[in-house]
Ligand binder design. Structure first.
Ligand code: NAD
Length: 342
């Protein structure tokens, strides 16, 4: 009999994107949705026509349900470790939102739990499924722009309305451990790691002018050195006065790619045999900056065909490590070498 994915979804805010991914996948059946806030759970259940007997407010009901073999986790970052480790110990295949976790200790625990589990683990670094960035990766790997020598990306997203609770209490996004570079900037860092490899050194400056309710810098600029004569830059602003974007430029010895995750086109410069720059090519793209459908399809394929997970716990761990190195550098004024020893 063909193996079927029986899915549980924990967290029904951004987690609704994961739910859509599962509902869209022919070989999957949603067995339970969970949110500890009954009102949020009801809204999601009604929106997606999930029968009420599949609504649960305690995620342990998913951990302990032997039928469920895939679980998506989209709850505050501080809880990723606790919930993922229980799910992995129960042998579930787990898709966990980014960032993997906020502290080195939590990251290491998830990596260990993923290694020990009979289930597979994917961290939801969604930029790897964004059409513009997938296309950029394909062009780089084709050799069309030659060898990379500089890569830059940014994460610009105004958090003004998502760092405070309506009752004035501290929001989980305002936790100092949830620095904007780790929580949001991890998208740009992960993108550069995916396209260009692991930076060996980072140096950063931060400023704080826009988000009075958080204690961490709301803008950070980091430069980084990769092996192989390659440099990079990441800019993170969580208070910016502009539309959300991840502007990205990839410079190679034979060409340049200019793209982002919110535009319907990307620009590709190439050179002729004399090294002269040609007229730019404008490439049309689907705009899909939260491609949870593709993310679920890829994870399902990895589970059903027993393939290694491309966006594994180690990948998530390395991305958090670079982000943590950036925060440390901005705080100490020193160059920091990420420690990839997990
Ligand atoms: N990939 C992306 O671009 C992207 C975008 C937004 C959020 N995220 C990530 O998704 C996760 C959730 O973010 P969000 O924006 O939905 O946060 P949110 O605070 O808006 O919603 C979190 C939901 O989880 C529920 N919840 C909290 N603890 C729970 C528990 N123990 N059991 C069950 N439900 C619980 C809350 O009631 C709430 O409905 C975070 O890790 C965040 O970093 C990723």
């Amino acid at each position: 009999m063909e193996k079927k994915l029986i899915v549980g979804n924990i967290g029904m805010m951004f987690g609704m994107a994961h739910l859509e991914g599962a509902l869209n996948y022919e070989g999957a059946e949603v067995a339970a949705i969970c949110d500890c806030n009954p009102e949020t759970l009801r809204k999601a259940g009604e929106k997606y026509n999930i029968p009420e007997d599949k609504w649960v407010t305690d995620y342990h009901d998913i951990v302990n349900n032997p039928e469920i073999n895939v679980v998506s986790v989209a709850i505050p970052d501080q809880q990723h470790k606790q919930v993922c480790c229980k799910l992995l110990a129960a042998g579930k295949n787990v898709l966990c939102e980014k960032p993997l976790a906020l502290t080195r200790e939590d990251v290491e625990e998830i990596v260990k739990a993923a290694e020990a589990s009979t289930g597979k683990f994917m961290v939801g670094q969604i930029c790897r499924f964004t059409p513009a960035f997938e296309k950029a990766k394909e062009i780089i790997e084709s050799g069309e722009i030659g060898e990379l020598y500089f890569v830059e990306s940014e994460y610009a997203h105004d958090y003004m309305h998502i760092v405070e609770n309506k009752d004035g209490s501290a929001h989980w996004r305002a936790d100092p451990n949830r620095h904007g570079v780790i929580g949001g900037g991890c998208h740009a860092v992960d993108l550069l790691r995916w396209l260009a490899g692991d930076p060996v050194e980072v140096f950063a400056y931060g400023t704080h002018k826009l988000l009075p309710t958080v204690s961490y810098d709301d803008a950070t600029i980091a430069i980084m050195k990769f092996d192989d004569n390659l440099a990079g830059k990441v800019f993170v602003s969580t208070g910016c006065k502009r539309d959300y974007t991840m502007r990205t430029v990839i410079y190679g010895t034979k060409g340049t790619i200019i793209c982002d995750n919110t535009s319907p086109t990307m620009t590709l410069f190439t050179t002729d045999e004399n090294g002269d720059t040609q007229e730019p090519k404008i490439i049309e793209l689907e705009v899909n900056n939260h491609n949870a459908v593709k993310e679920f399809e890829v994870f399902a394929d990895e589970i059903l065909n027993d393939k290694p997970v491309s966006t594994s716990a180690i990948e998530g761990a390395k991305t958090v490590e670079v982000c943590r190195a950036i925060v440390e550098s901005a705080e100490t004024g020193k160059i920091v070498k990420p420690n990839y020893n997990f």
